[in-house]
Design a protein around this ligand. Sequence first.
Ligand SMILES: C/C=C/C(=O)SCCNC(=O)CCNC(=O)[C@H](O)C(C)(C)COP(=O)(O)OP(=O)(O)OC[C@H]1O[C@@H](n2cnc3c(N)ncnc32)[C@H](O)[C@@H]1OP(=O)(O)O
Length: 283
Amino acid sequence: MNTAPTLTCFSLTTTGHVAHLVLNRPEAMNTMHPTFWRELDEVLVHLHRSGEARALVISSTGKHFSAGMALETFGGAITMDDQSPEGRAAIFDLLTDMQHTFTRLEELRIPVIMAIHGGCIGGAVDMVTAACIRYATADAFFCIQEINIGMVADVGTLQRLPKLVPLGVVKELAYTGRRMPAQKALAYGLVNEVFDTQEAMVAAALECAQEIASKPPVAIWGTKQAVNYARDHSVEDSLRQMGWLQGTIWSNRHVRESVTAMKQKRAGDFPALTPLQRFSELG
Ligand SMILES: C/C=C/C(=O)SCCNC(=O)CCNC(=O)[C@H](O)C(C)(C)COP(=O)(O)OP(=O)(O)OC[C@H]1O[C@@H](n2cnc3c(N)ncnc32)[C@H](O)[C@@H]1OP(=O)(O)O
């Protein structure tokens, strides 16, 4: 079964093959607590499996995109004073779980666009660096807040941000906990575009998602696979992987339909991604 999960921290709508996930706890500045993590993971599993959406936009509500980890979880859900081997193993498992959620976002079958306004703090930086494309409002800022609360950023920022902006910039932000404003993020290429208003930004993100969703989904899937692979491997290895990948997914039918649609000045008609099932559900 692949039913949409029941959500309290988010709202999820899918229109014309574009899914739009909105962080909707503005009163709590969309902080990340155990329910946030569980629901985000469930949504991503659902989108990954359903095959219905062909692109995902994630935006937020209220003053800030997200204030990061809910501070009350430190010393609450996350028990940090248990120095026993069992306590340390539990921290390792918890952290790995959170890391997997953002890796799931990065490895989703469909491209993900983040629409970021106001503060994007701590865990929120972890999250947005796992996306394909980032848009921001002029009032947005990015903060590796972890250093200001005595910890090392541990859910992906230090691993993914250096692939997006120069290493010196990452180190400056990570050592100082300074806020990087949207215009600077634009100059470094962390965000693709800066908008005056949140409405304009979300509209542009949805328009970009719609454009992506109009392409053959298998070619989009393959392109995401290839670009993600190339980020972490040599050109030589990536070219070889490209050969195997293209050999696996090449479709004359999709290319013919794309060219015909282009000539006829109409949208191409492409089958959706096949819904995935859990192995255990196959009977
Ligand atoms: C794996 C992930 C790890 C992490 O994410 S570590 C980072 C955790 N996050 C933080 O440390 C956030 C620190 N907070 C801030 O930088 C600022 O705050 C904001 C930019 C988010 C907001 O600034 P402004 O708009 O000026 O509001 P305000 O008066 O500072 O905050 C309003 C109330 O919100 C509480 N608050 C802020 N962030 C969090 C949070 N992350 N978890 C729980 N509460 C938070 C404050 O303390 C305050 O509360 P009151 O009104 O009672 O004084």
